[in-house]
Structure formats: C-alpha cells, structure tokens
Design a protein around this ligand. Structure first.
Ligand code: NAD
Length: 521
C-alpha cells in the first residue's frame, strides 16, 4: 500500500460519546509514518451495521452449507488472486517482514476449504437413536442453527488470520458477522470487506466497524455471540459486559508458552525451532516460545546454538523482497511492555547473550534477545512479553522442567524437544491446550484439531469441530412417529394409569429381575 493519508470511512453517522475520538490515525510501525485516518464508528453506527446484516442473515442461512461455501470459495480465490495487494497493506499497518505476512492469505484459503468441506460433518443435521425403547415412537434429530449475528473483536498481531480466520467458520455456519479489528490495524480487514461486497458481490452479511474499546463494547451489546481475541485483561472486560445481556463468548487470550528441551533432543533442530518460534513476527504471537527449560547436559550447546541463530537475524523495514527476518513492534503499548520486562530481568541478574534493547528509530524495533540467568521471580518469565525475547533456564531433569513449565497462570500451548517417545510422554503432562513435539507453532496449521487456552489463556476453541460448532445453537427435534389420542403420561391422572406407567418405567430401568418385577430384594 502506498504511503500518504487515506481517508477510510466505515460510514460513521452516529453521535460520538464524549471524549471518544472521531478518527484513528494508522501508523506504519516500520517507519513511524501516518498512512491513514480511519473514521471511528459510534455505538449507533455499530447498532445500524448489526441490524443491516441481521436482516440478511435468514437468507444466508437458507442457502445452506454448499451455497455458503460457494461464496466463501470466491473469497478464497480473491485472496489468492490479490495476495500481493493484501500483503502490501498488511506490511504497511503492522511493520511485519514480508515472510511473516505471507502466510496469512494461504492459511485463510486452507481454512475456507477445511470448513467448507467439513461443515456437513461438523454441523449437519444428526439423527439420534433413542437411548431407550420406551421412546421408540419418537424420531430424534439435532440441528445446528447459527447465532444470527456473531461479533468478532480482534487484535493487531495477525490482522487477517485472527479476524477473517474467526469470521470464516461463523459465515460457513450461517451467521452474519461484524468484526471490530484492532485500532492499530484497521485497513487490511476493511479492504477484504470491501472486496466481499463490491468485487465479489457476495450477500451483505459480513461487515466491519472501526474504533477503540468503546466500539468493541458496543459490538458486545449488539451481537448474539462474541468471539474475542486479545489480552486477558480486555477479555475480562468483554466477558463482564457480555454478562449484562447473557451473550455467550469465546475468548482466545494471551500465553506464556514454554519450550522444554530434553538432553536427548536434536539440538540443532531445537535451537533453530526456538529461534523461529521465539522471534517469528517479532515474537508477537500468542503462541510464541517465551520461556525455555533445558536439561543440564544439553544446556551449553543449546544456548550457544540459539544465541548464534538469533544473533544472525536481519532486522528492519522490509519491502516485498523477503530481505529481512524480524520486523517492527506493531503496538507502541506492547514495545513498552517488552522493554520493561527486559530491563526488569537485567536489573535482577539476567544476562542478554544477544540483543537486550530497543533500536533507535525511525520505526519501532526491539532487538532479538536471548536472556539467561533468568528465574520465575522476573516478569520476563511470568507475564506475557509478546516481543522478540526468550528467557532460557537450565533444569536438572524433565520433572523440574515440567514443574516450571506449568508454573504459570497461562496455558495456551507449548512444545517439547527430545527422543520421540520420551518427548511425547513429557508433552502429555504440559498443562495447556496444545503441545507440539519436536516442532513449534505448527498446531495452528493442523486445523483438524482444536486449539484453545487453559487457565487464563481463554475459554472455548478455534479449529476442528468445536471451531464451527461454537457459532451454533443446538435445536433438538423430537417428532412423534405414531401415537393414539392420548399418551399414558397425560391427563387424566388415575391410580390405574399412573400405576401402569410406574410398572413400565421400573421394568425398563431396573437392572435386576426382582426390581423389574416390582419386588424388593
Ligand atoms: P487487546 O486486548 O488490547 O485488544 C484486543 C481488541 O479488543 C482490540 O480490537 C481492542 O480495540 C479491543 N478492545 C479494547 N478494549 C475493549 C473493551 N473494553 N471492550 C471491547 N473491546 C475492547 O489486545 P491486543 O494488544 O490487540 O493483542 C495482543 C493480545 O492478544 C496478547 O495478549 C495476545 O496473546 C493475544 N492474542 C491471543 C491469541 C489467541 O488465539 N489466543 C491470538 C493473538 C493474540
């Protein structure tokens, strides 16, 4: 995307609350330049947008799974045909390097195909056999009906993967969707929404609203289901607000992911994985490797290899040429947190083997950093850093590694490196939603299996069957196949009829002959 000021209006007509900004300024974090001003949507604008897509939702639901997949397939084709344009916008508003941006459109294409081709299996109507022959006259079915309007509130670190990635299964389920992207990265999603409406010409069931927390709060008030991705601090506010209207929520929150390196690991692979898993997207991934526990015999070699790999990374503004490895910090709020964590660690005895400080501007960069001599009294090993920083600790054995890995309020994901069987048995004891064995981050691409946080990393799941079912309400249809004018349980109550009902119930539900016959043992 070209620099310069672009007025992007999402149709703000309503009155703003006192103190709320009229526009948000979008800055390229790689250069510090303002690249756009985006009109903020007031609560009234949000209500109007939700009402509009709500009015079209019934028709969207009625076209069925295949009909919706046809439209989403057109979106997949648009993403693939316009990848360079999408990546340009993404780089401009996030400061990512091209390589880190480039995974987003292909992931989304895969996700559209995954849910398009599995939706019938995941949310198609189910025929259920009654559990007792007393219900033999009933035909039981379960249908999955979408929450009419799903509101999605998303962060800035993967502006399309996290906003569109949650919208895709909701749309495939038959919901209408309104997204509030992060105020730091509003442009990419707005571009996709415009393409959905104008270039693809798809039904008007997918839109976005722009703004800060106030706009997000208004969406919580209007939506029938809220999918939130962001920090646990904001997640708490969203859940509290949703409680006012008893709106169900799914929360994908922060992490402090551990990596365990066993003495029998392939240390070259483990060190390369730690470098990529910790520094990819400048460490701004909820599933980034943030803490590393290495069994004593492997510690020195692992640390030397990791420090060399991280020390070689090329950082800075990147064009479309894949010339850099580590990009900018997208949110100034986050770079302050990263700096504070590293300063706290260094002040308390940690050592930076490489990196350790902010880079002089222009642009907002933090050096790729490997810290040793860290412990769990330090913020960098306790709180989410969300930057290009890893802390490495030497441990006696796997038991100590597991104790430390699980010593956290978070539980998003983790990884274990070592001999296959041993690593897998250690992985099974890490307390989190997903563990990679001899790999990092890859579970996000294995969309066949659910991912979701334990403890304060979230509530609910994305991916797999739960990742689409969560957008649906179950409706059980219990249909009578045959019956007389009156069921034995209905009025009028008489001693004889109730007695018969009781004897039949006992005969079916008792598990020994005496009781079936109504005799006490
Ligand atoms: P954030 O919590 O500051 O903001 C997330 C979104 O919530 C933004 O769109 C923001 O405008 C909105 N918001 C802020 N206040 C609100 C309020 N009161 N009501 C409604 N909406 C409100 O998070 P962030 O800084 O954008 O993102 C970084 C965080 O996201 C990290 O903690 C990271 O771990 C987490 N994250 C989690 C996942 C996951 O899948 N678990 C994925 C990516 C990022």
């Amino acid at each position: 995307m070209e620099s310069g000021t672009v007025e992007t209006s999402s149709g703000a007509n309503g009155a703003k609350a006192a103190g709320a900004p009229e526009t948000i300024e979008v800055v390229n974090p790689a250069t510090g330049e303002c690249i756009a001003n985006v009109a903020v949507d007031s609560p009234q604008d949000v209500a109007a947008t939700v009402a509009r897509v709500r009015a079209n939702q019934a028709e969207w639901e009625a076209i069925g799974i295949e009909g919706r997949y046809r439209w989403l397939g057109k979106l997949r084709d648009w993403l693939l045909d316009n990848t360079e344009r999408v990546l340009d916008t993404m780089q401009a508003e996030t400061g990512k390097v091209r390589a880190d941006a480039s995974g987003e459109p292909v992931y989304l294409a895969d996700l559209i195909n995954f849910y398009g081709s599995n939706a019938a299996k995941f949310i198609g109507e189910e025929a259920v056999r009654p559990h007792t022959s007393l219900l033999a006259a009933k035909k039981l079915r379960v249908q999955y009906r979408p929450h009419p309007v799903v509101g999605i509130i998303s962060p800035w670190n993967f502006p399309l993967v996290l906003a569109l990635g949650d919208a895709i299964p909701a749309l495939q389920a038959g919901a209408a969707v309104v997204v509030k992207p992060s105020e730091f990265t509003p442009l990419g999603l707005a571009e996709v929404v415009a393409a959905w409406k104008e270039e693809i010409g798809a039904p008007d069931v997918f839109d976005c609203v722009q703004g800060i927390g106030e706009t997000g709060g208004a969406l919580v008030d209007e939506a029938d289901f809220v999918q939130f991705t962001g920090s646990d601090q904001t997640g708490r506010k969203v859940m509290a607000k949703a409680a006012e209207t008893l709106t169900p929520v799914s929360l994908e929150l922060g992490g402090k992911d551990p990596m365990i390196v066993l003495a029998d690991a392939d240390l070259k692979r483990a060190a390369n994985a730690a470098a990529w898993g910790g520094m990819m997207n400048s460490g701004q991934i909820c599933m980034s490797v943030e803490r590393i526990y290495v069994e004593e015999p492997a510690y020195d070699e692992f640390v030397a290899r990791l420090t060399a790999a991280v020390g070689e990374l090329r950082q800075g503004p990147d064009g479309p040429g894949y010339g850099k490895d580590v990009g900018a910090m997208t949110s100034p709020k986050q770079s302050a947190i990263v700096e504070a964590h590293v300063e706290d660690a260094l002040a308390n005895g940690a050592k930076a083997l490489t990196g350790g400080k902010r880079v002089e501007g222009p642009g907002d960069y933090f050096e790729p950093t490997v810290l040793v001599d860290v412990d769990h009294s330090m913020q960098v090993m306790r709180d989410e850093t969300f930057g290009p920083v890893v802390g490495v600790m030497k441990v006696r054995d796997a038991e100590e590694a597991l104790r430390l890995a699980n010593d956290t309020r978070y539980g998003l994901s983790g990884c274990v490196f070592g001999e296959k069987q041993r690593a897998e048995s250690v992985a099974r004891r890490v307390e989190c939603g997903a563990v990679n064995v001899n790999d990092v981050l890859v579970n996000y691409l294995a969309m066949d299996v659910p991912m979701g946080g334990w403890k304060q990393s979230g509530i609910g799941y994305r991916h797999g069957e739960p990742g689409i079912k969560k957008y649906c309400r179950t409706e059980s249809i219990v249909a009578t196949r045959f019956g007389g004018k009156r069921e034995p349980t209905w009025y009028p109550y008489t001693k004889a009829r109730r007695g018969l009902v009781g004897r039949i119930g006992r005969a079916f539900h008792a598990r020994d002959l005496k009781r079936r016959l109504g005799l006490r043992s």
